[in-house]
Structure formats: C-alpha cells, structure tokens
Design a protein around this ligand. Structure first.
Ligand code: C2E
Ligand code: MG
Ligand code: MG
Length: 449
C-alpha cells in the first residue's frame, strides 16, 4: 500500500508539514533504486500546483494546508500497490507509477488526477483560481536514469503549464519548444539589461496643419539568431519573466533622451510611450516617470503615456489614482486601442485621459464599410464631448485619411502618412515638414480634399 512518508524538514510558506511527505532527494534515490533493482518500466508524474500562495494570502495557512492535504490524499487514491507519492517542492508532488508503460495508461491516470483535483477544488469554501500541470515521463523510453527521468517529467510539466494543457507526456518536440522559449527568455533578459533593444518613432500628424505633433515610441528587438521579434511577442514575455519595469525604464529613458532633440518638445510636440497594464498598479511607476523626465530636463507635457482600454477596465480605481497623479504633473494620458476593450463605458466618467486612439480595426475600410464609418463618427463625437484629442491609428489608405479629416478626427497615425522610423529619419522628416509646411504625402492628400 502506498504511503506518504514523513519529511520533518518540510518548510515553506504553506506550512503544511503535517502532510508528512518525503523530499526530492528521496524521490530521486528511490526511482534509481527501482530502476536498478527491477529494470521494469515505470512512469514518473510531476504534479505542479499554481495559485496556492494566493489561497494562503486570502484564506490563511490552515485553509491552504488543508487543501494541500486533500490534494495529497487524492493523489494517494490514484495509486496502486508499488506506486508512491512524494512531496518534492512547496507546491509540487512527484508520483512513481510502477509498471505503467503505455501512453493510454498514463493519460488515464492523469485524467483521474485532474478529475479528483477538480472535486477537491469544488469542495473548497474559498474561491480559488489555481490549477495543476502534470508532466509525465517514462522509463526506459524517455530517460536511462532517475535524474534524467525526473528532469524530463519536470520539463513536460512546465511545457504543460505554458501551453495551458492540464498534462503533457514528455516528447523531444515539447523539449525543443521549451528550450527555445528558455533561450529567448534568457536572450531577452540580456537584451534589456544591455540596452540592445531599439526604439522606432511613428509620427503622429495633425490633420488640421499637416504637421507632425510628435511620435509614438515603439520598441524593437532584433534577435541575433531569430531576426526581428515583434513587441506583441516579447513585451508579454517581459511581463511573464518580471522584466517589464526594466523594459519600460529603457523605453522611457531612450524616448525622452531622443525627444529632447525635437523642436517644440513639451509645447506642440510630445513623445508617446506605451505602458503595460501591470505597471499601473505599481507604486514605483510615478517615480520612474518623473525621474526620467527630470533626468532629461523635460516637462510633463513632453510625454504621453498610452494605456490600452482593456488595461483600464481592470481594477480601474487604483489605475485611475496613478493616472491622476501623472495628469497632475502635466503628462498626457491616451486610451490606446479604443473599442477593443469589451467594456462598459462607465470608466469614461472618471478617466483623466487627454487623448483617445481609435483602434485600427475600426479605421480599416471605413470608407467602404458604413458601420465602421458610423462607429468612427460616434467615437469622435464621444471623445470630443470629453475634451479628448482623437487619434486614428493604422491609417493605411488615402480614402480613410480623407474620411477621417471630414469626420473631424484631430490626429492621424499609420503607414499611409508615415511608418515607424529610426530616430534620425524621424528628425529628418520633422525638418522636411518644417520646410515644406506639410508632410509630403499628407500634404498631397490634404490638397485633394
Ligand atoms: P500600439 O501601441 O497600438 O502600436 C501601434 C501598432 O500598430 C505598432 O505595432 C505599429 O507599428 C502598428 N501600425 C502603425 N501604423 C500601422 C498601419 O498603418 N497598419 C498596420 N497594420 N499597423 C500599423 P508594433 O510596433 O508591432 O506594436 C504592437 C504593440 O506592441 C503596440 O500596439 C503596443 O501595444 C505594444 N508595444 C510596442 N512598443 C511597446 C513598448 O515600448 N512598451 C509596451 N508596453 N508595449 C509596446
Ligand atoms: Mg500605443
Ligand atoms: Mg494602438
């Protein structure tokens, strides 16, 4: 009969020593002994739990300890003679299934664990958002010794957690996807730390004057082996690995440094920087921004922070506190990707925004799609009622530009007027616009309307 053995050295935030489990070393030694003694097939399961620390914070140590105890008990219920459960980490269990050697048997065991686990969650009184990820590896198919077998199962568990699958059987493909991700993560950390990311600047043009009134700073990463990695991929990755503060600090410092060369910066001209939702809840954000401004001797009016609409609807009270402080310092606040947040508009009452950026999906084809045109018209009227400047994003065609001008849109940004440019090219474009009066293409089209 399987037992969960005592580990008097159990420690950690959950304080669930009373569950009496063994540790990672014993897990490894006993697997190796099994391999040496019998040389028969066996499967190793790594069961990783997430969300326990939140449960601990919200409901206290006894609720989390009792939940962990019930999870441990249910794992024992899945075992048969010769199988064994070990506690190998604060929120991680290892199981050795003797004689399970087919994928079907492994899947059946994993399904059973998940079913029982879900029952344990449903019996919890506290609300709990955690889950489990199970990684599975088998001897002798996947590894020749205990160390490699556990390593393979751990990688499968991590791959499962990353892919959102509840369980995954180890395979070389899973390994190669994971090792690529780890390499990319390491490279991103190095790129952020060494400042080898770049910024490009996408000009924003005033519809009325045809002149650039600033630019949005967009971060770029040219990976040595994989080429350009889009920000939609590496910005969320930076959030996942806890590097978003460093990335944002790099973007702010570089953008404000570059913008200090722009004529009229802080008067009729500003640089816009995107802020991730996570940052809004951090008390350090205000200091980070005001320090960056003072290092480059810039006024608050030199900077606009762009926040996506979806970020604003989550926990809007604390987000607005931070935005209000930024506004008091004269910094502009833009609602980015407006129309994609699937939210009620109630946040409009309180938001201290100065600018609203209409998402590209509404701008695209607004000249052919009557509904898009009506939506854009309505958004412009709404923003103007709240004294916000309206920026149309992703303007790609002359027809869109003309219609936007007719509907009263204030500012345009998009490949039609200018693509994101290296800093020197952006400065050249501003100088040219000063001489010519208007941005070249923008002027031609304004002349036509
Ligand atoms: P966003 O802030 O909405 O930025 C506009 C995106 O639209 C940029 O993509 C820009 O290159 C692209 N774009 C501009 N004009 C056109 C057009 O006419 N047609 C099309 N199809 N696209 C156009 P990019 O640079 O790939 O950035 C994507 C998103 O990544 C940004 O969306 C922003 O949310 C995020 N991002 C970029 N830089 C940063 C950054 O420094 N920090 C943070 N937190 N996020 C960033
Ligand atoms: Mg933006
Ligand atoms: Mg946008």
């Amino acid at each position: 009969m399987t037992s969960i053995r005592e580990n008097s050295s159990c420690s950690g935030p959950m304080q669930y020593q009373q569950i009496n489990l063994t540790d990672a070393d014993v897990f490894e030694q006993e697997i190796q002994l099994k391999i040496d003694d019998t040389n028969g097939s066996l499967s190793v399961f790594i069961v990783d739990m997430s969300g326990i620390s939140k449960l601990f914070t919200r409901s206290g140590s006894s609720a989390s300890a009792s939940f962990l105890r019930s999870v441990a008990q249910l794992l024992v219920r899945v075992c048969r003679e010769g199988d064994k459960v070990y506690r190998i980490g604060d929120c991680t269990f290892g199981i050795v299934f003797d004689g399970i050697d087919s994928v079907v048997m492994q899947q059946l065991a994993a399904e059973k664990i998940i079913r029982l686990y879900n029952t344990a969650v449903s019996e919890l009184e506290a609300s709990f958002k955690g889950g489990i990820s199970i990684g599975i590896a088998a001897y002798p198919e996947h590894a020749a010794n205990a160390v490699d077998l556990i390593h393979s199962a751990r990688m499968a568990a991590e791959a499962a957690s990353n892919s959102g699958d509840p369980y995954l059987v180890y395979s070389p493909e899973a390994l190669s996807t994971m090792s690529l991700k780890w390499t990319i993560q390491d490279d991103l950390v190095a790129a952020i730390k060494s400042g080898s990311l770049n910024l490009v600047y996408q000009p924003k043009f005033s519809v009325a004057s045809g002149r650039p009134i600033g630019a949005e700073a967009l971060v770029r990463w040219d990976h040595e082996d994989h080429g350009p990695v889009p920000p939609s991929v590496f910005v969320p990755l930076a959030c996942d690995i806890g590097m978003i503060d460093e990335l944002t600090s790099f973007v702010l410092m570089t953008a404000l440094n570059n913008a200090s060369d722009w004529p009229d910066i802080g008067q009729n001209c500003s640089v816009a920087v995107n802020l991730d939702a996570q940052l809004l809840r951090k008390p350090e954000l205000y200091d980070l921004i005001s320090n960056s401004l003072s290092i480059w001797g810039a006024d608050g009016a030199a900077l606009i922070v762009e926040i996506t609409e979806s970020a604003l609807v989550v926990d809007s009270k604390s987000n607005f506190d931070c935005l209000n402080r930024l506004r008091s310092a004269g910094i502009g606040v833009a609602i980015d990707d407006f129309g994609t947040g699937f939210s009620s508009l109630s946040y409009f009452k309180d938001i201290p925004a100065t600018e609203l950026k209409i998402d590209q999906s509404f701008v695209a084809n607004m000249h052919t799609c009557d509904r898009n045109r009506k939506l854009v018209e309505t958004i412009i009227a709404l923003a103007h009622r709240f004294d916000m400047t309206v920026v149309a994003e992703g303007v790609e065609r002359a027809e869109e530009f003309e219609l936007l001008a007719k509907l009263g849109c204030d500012v345009v940004q998009g490949f039609y007027v200018a693509e994101p440019l290296a800093h020197d090219d952006f400065c050249e474009l501003m100088a040219k616009c000063d001489q010519d009066g208007f941005g070249a293409r923008c002027q031609d089209e304004l002349g036509k309307t």
